[in-house]
Design a protein around this ligand. Structure first.
Ligand SMILES: [Zn+2]
Length: 221
């Protein structure tokens, strides 16, 4: 079925979706911003996080998935080879994903979304621990650029595509179980709450609101 999921992601507190590069920031983990200079979550990061959540769910329910990110351990086309649900949803080197993700961009609060000047960010200092010696090491000191809005910030995005009912059910279960986005999960940053509305796109282009409960049940039926 053709579908569209409208997403609202609420962040409460500091968050950072780092680019992993030094570009234009003092922080070693600078925050990604959109064309307005506002914090954003790129489509690729969101997709990666959702893929990870769906894979955990599928495995928890005893469904076999392949071993990413090593390409040769992933499902490959062949005589008997069938693609696992994660490859069918998110794609692989051999299979194009039927899903399109947009970036998650800031919608609320309005005063920020309409601001002419991007909001200030702060640097947060973290200390990496040596796994072996369990002590702080000077060379592991890092800085993370975080956004501290002092209230809830809502980012908006969309997933659309075409899936059969069961695969759409797994995607819905993944959306319902996604708890954190961005970097710094272990340091208490980046927790989020995700709300979504799911629509079936009919042949004439009109949209019908679907119940997430009904769709999720089809995954396990
Ligand atoms: Zn696979």
């Amino acid at each position: 079925m053709r579908f569209r999921a409208k997403l609202n992601v609420h962040f409460d507190g500091a968050f950072n979706v780092g680019s992993g590069t030094m570009g234009g920031s003092l922080a070693q983990r600078p925050m990604l911003t959109d064309w307005r200079g506002l914090p954003m979550v790129p489509a690729s990061s969101f997709k990666g996080r959702l893929r990870h959540t769906c894979k955990q769910l599928a495995e928890a329910m005893g469904q076999e998935t392949c071993d990413d990110p090593v390409a040769e351990a992933m499902c490959q086309p062949g005589e008997d080879e069938r693609f696992c649900p994660i490859c069918r949803l998110f794609g692989s080197p051999w299979l194009e994903s039927p899903l399109t993700f947009t970036d998650l961009t800031l919608m609320e609060p309005a005063f920020l979304a309409e601001a002419r000047t991007p909001p200030r960010t702060s640097l947060r200092y973290g200390v990496g621990l040596s796994r072996r010696r369990r002590v702080a090491q000077d060379q592991l000191l890092y800085t993370t650029e975080v956004f501290l809005p002092g209230g809830t910030v809502t980012l908006k995005g969309e997933i659309s595509g075409q899936l059969d009912d069961r695969d759409l059910g797994l995607l819905v279960a993944g959306l319902e179980n996604l708890l954190a986005l961005g970097g710094g999960k272990t340091s208490g940053m980046g927790w989020c709450e995700l709300e979504f509305e799911l629509y079936r796109i009919e042949d004439d282009g009109s949209e019908t609101l679907l119940s997430a409960d009904d769709v999720r049940r089809r995954w396990l039926s």
